[in-house]
Design a protein around this ligand. Sequence first.
Ligand SMILES: [Zn+2]
Length: 173
Amino acid sequence: MTNIYKFCPICKEKLIERVEGGYPRLRCPHCGFVYYHNPAPTAGVLVIEDGRLLLVKRRFEPYRGFWVMPSGYIEYQESASETAVREAEEEAGVCVELDGIHAVESCFDDPRGNTVMILYRGHIIDGSLKAGDDAEEVAFFAINNLPEIAFDLQKRILSKLKEEYIPGVNGEN
Ligand SMILES: [Zn+2]
């Protein structure tokens, strides 16, 4: 995946692949620019109400029609927690208050590129369920009966949640 760019974004010289620190990197022989191919940060929110998990159905590819916790890419000027709150509002129509970090996990099966998700726990303080933005449906699901989940990282987090979940003891608001 280091060959995604051909030219230096600073001086337009052709980039050359070189191994640096054990990793193949694209480097500009003219100005010294190095392209570091890093995963993109994303943020999301895990909301459980009465033993049921809030999910949104993806309107677009990849994984169109699969379900995910409200989440998305962090904008450049945004904090991770602001992204989590914004995505819940845009995709699920609800205003959430965050209760801390639930998990930080890497994602390696998004065809748009690798990501790292900061997933918060949160609870709804206002609004009512309304799918929007890149979600076509929004619903609560019993943790033991979830629909088809998109992305390996969300599947990993939710299968762990399912194992650890004891109704009435944790996860309930
Ligand atoms: Zn250059």
